[in-house]
Design a protein around this ligand. Sequence first.
Ligand code: PLP
Ligand code: COI
Length: 386
Amino acid sequence: MTIAADAPAATDLTWQVTRNLAGKSPQDRAKILADPGFGTFFTDHMVDICWSGKGGWHRPRVQPYGPISLDPAAAVLHYGQEIFEGLKAYRHADGSIWSFRPDANARRMQRSAHRLALPELPVEYFIDSLRQLIAVDGDWVPSAPETSLYLRPYMFAKEAFLGVRPADKVAFYVIASPAGAYFHGGVAPVSIWLSTDYARAGRGGTGAAKTGGNYASSLIAQAEASAQGCAQVMFLDSAEGTYLEELGGMNIVLVYRDGSLVTPKSDSILEGITRDSILQLARDRGHTVEERPVTIDEWREGAESGDIVEVFACGTAAVVTPIAQLKAANFTIGSADAAAGEITMSLRKELTDIQYGREEDRHGWLTRLDAGGGDGARPAGDAGRG
Ligand code: PLP
Ligand code: COI
């Protein structure tokens, strides 16, 4: 696919901003921010940019949050040509608003776009769209500990055409949702369920792309996990059912007795930005870090022998969540009341301290989103500090 390279430049770079005159009152917003949950409430505005084969990216808008009007023949509704991203805006103690490695999300969205035969949105448009949304909805970024504004950029095929081919008309949107902990119990260790009947992705498929279809295929297994009293489902490779892949919505990392960290290597899992960051922080501390194939038997035997001492899940929504136990149809690893691991919790603390501006951003991972002055403020369109 050469969609991105050949796409014409955007024809209209001027943002059109329409304020929501029926937005939430400060009192209603405060009530929501006091207990946001995850993914239930949405801010007053959304971003929308159009793309067409002829016109490239054009008509960038900020408009009131509300229903999208789509032709019933829109390709996304039939063939699922859709991708999305997930990242957070964090409020620092001085009131400023920052995001964490948004350039990495922008580049991953380009890789997902390539796989789904969608046009690649330039990194600077991606980051500019976040800044545009924060410019009108900045008051929605909560300030209580562990809270944030979850940002959800997504792109879908809106051309009305039933033939099966890449759509020639596409929409990019960003919506935002104030967020507390993803799991009900906060950062408490969770139980996960091993899916053996269903796979999430296979060789040559879309597993490494952040596309709705991967999540659609995980839902029946996630429902099975919930029925088993588990918070998430864990998938194995689809060919042999031997190797660890990832959870429905997060990556997995195993911590060994010698302090090394191991995470599955596979072409069919999402390359998590949280995972990459945690592994970098671990390397900085002198831990050995390996990305390699890991079998379910290695986990089982390692946990029994005491070689594997901690396991955690990580992702934007989950941050870093200790895994207490893995339940499978005919065996269990760990126990539901296992305590959170020390290395897990200390890496979690370091990551969140950087995200919330409590610790030095030594890797240049933070990008300021609000327009306020001061250190690190950058004009719209600049992809970061580093
Ligand atoms: N794997 C899956 C399937 C996910 O949905 C996510 C969440 O985005 C991740 C891994 C972790 O990715 P990230 O750390 O970039 O959020
Ligand atoms: C994220 O962590 O951003 C995701 O997209 C995963 C989902 C479980 C919310």
